[in-house]
Write a protein that binds this ligand. Structure first.
Ligand SMILES: [Zn+2]
Length: 405
């Protein structure tokens, strides 16, 4: 693409998992070419507070799923929640003038899966974003909090994931902890802080999620309200490096983090001051997020603290969820480059489980083959005796022509 790179999905998603294929615009006038980066108009596009809101879509994979009932029974208007999330994210990171206009659609897919949620681009075009939200997770939140945290958590998770739809990530190479920290910073600013979040956590500045979000809140307090938009903007058209902090704040991130930790230590008795400094940032408890107890309520911390375990754990595996999803979709039918298929296949395995046994790798590889490639394998290994490495070598040595014969 020419100049402004489109915001990609979470940069925690390795490049190999990022979809880059695009439809030829000459065959479909609806699809713009790479040179036409800004999609100003389009089906379903609306404008809100000066921001362009792309087509918003919703899919429940199973309405009978308990988690689906939790979302539908939460009383939230999902359309409004998604539109407000788009505008909230854009307003936190951009102005109407600087906001990226390349995202064509955002689809919320509510389905049963491990983890909490993740965001990815659709196979057909990375500018069509998909937010996958776990029904198992929200059903668990509902059970543990007896329904008290449903709304706050639905709003918070959607706000976090929506950031990944619109944030810059230095061509996919940004520090993952920073990317997740910005997402939780926006979530915090939106007023959707879960009760178990507290400032001062983390050993490194880029531990990610709320740990980095609180560091960003402190930075903002030191350097002004444009701090995080500037960090995000820096990653628009540069390769990532920690120089970002030196350029913007004249100090290395580790040094800044030390100062932040000292600040937290010096202010640890100020329990009420969750935000470093200004009170205007305190999480909103009214409006869309209400219904639950006050996010500050200490008494509720315990009822909800269980959620922090699985959430943190599964947040780390956001990349793995995407990898698993991609692996499910990855197939090879004998046409096209086997090398490219194998690179993707092994890259995904690497993300999922780098220590996976050859036996398991073989199982997954064979599952991914179909059409001529599978027929070819059946032919050369009818007894299913070959090792993964053998199959790989033989497949690599063959051209696609061989499978077609
Ligand atoms: Zn995330």
């Amino acid at each position: 693409m020419s100049q402004p790179p489109r915001p990609r999905t979470s940069s925690t998603i390795p490049p190999i998992l990022q979809q880059t294929s695009r439809i030829d615009s000459s065959e479909n006038p609806e699809i713009m070419s790479d040179d036409e980066v800004e999609v100003q108009h389009g089906k379903g596009v609306t404008w809100r507070d000066g921001y362009r809101v792309p087509l918003i879509r919703l899919r429940f994979n199973d309405l009978c799923d308990e988690g689906s009932s939790v979302i539908l029974g939460s009383g939230l208007n999902i359309h409004d929640v998604l539109v407000e999330a788009v505008v909230g994210v854009l307003d936190a990171l951009y102005t109407p003038e600087t906001a990226p206009k390349s995202v064509r659609s955002v689809t919320l897919i509510v389905r049963s899966m491990d983890g909490v949620a993740y965001t990815t681009g659709m196979d057909i075009d990375d500018d069509h974003k998909e937010i996958h939200f776990s029904t198992d997770y929200i059903a668990g939140v509902h059970e543990r909090s007896k329904g008290k945290q449903d709304r706050q958590e639905i709003l918070g998770v959607i706000r976090h994931e929506m950031v990944h739809c619109f944030q810059y990530n230095a061509f996919g190479g940004a520090n993952g902890g920073l990317i997740e920290g910005i997402a939780d910073w926006v979530r915090y600013k939106g007023g959707f802080r879960p009760p178990h979040w507290h400032r001062g956590g983390g050993d490194e500045w880029d531990d990610g999620y709320e740990k980095t979000a609180y560091f960003l809140l402190w930075l903002e307090d030191q350097y002004g309200p444009e701090t995080v938009p500037r960090i995000n903007g820096w990653m628009k058209n540069r390769r990532y490096s920690d120089k970002l902090f030196v350029e913007l704040f004249h100090e290395k991130p580790d040094e800044l983090f030390k100062k932040y930790k000292k600040w937290c230590e010096d202010h640890k008795d100020e329990k009420s001051a969750e935000v470093c400094g200004s009170g205007e940032d305190s999480p909103a408890s009214g409006g869309e997020g209400s219904g639950a107890s006050s996010p500050h309520g200490d008494g509720d911390d315990h009822s909800y603290v269980e959620v922090s375990g699985p959430r943190e754990e599964s947040s780390v595996s956001e990349v793995k969820l995407v990898a698993r999803d991609r692996l499910c979709k990855l197939t090879y039918d004998g046409t096209g480059s086997f090398k490219r298929f194998l690179n993707s296949f092994e890259g995904l395995i690497e993300v999922l489980d780098s220590k996976m046994s050859d036996k398991e790798r073989k199982l997954l590889l064979v599952t991914a083959l179909n059409g001529n490639a599978l027929a070819w394998l059946d032919n050369i290994d009818p007894e299913d005796e070959m090792e993964y490495s053998e199959i790989k070598i033989i497949l690599e040595a063959n051209t696609s022509v061989s499978y077609k014969s």
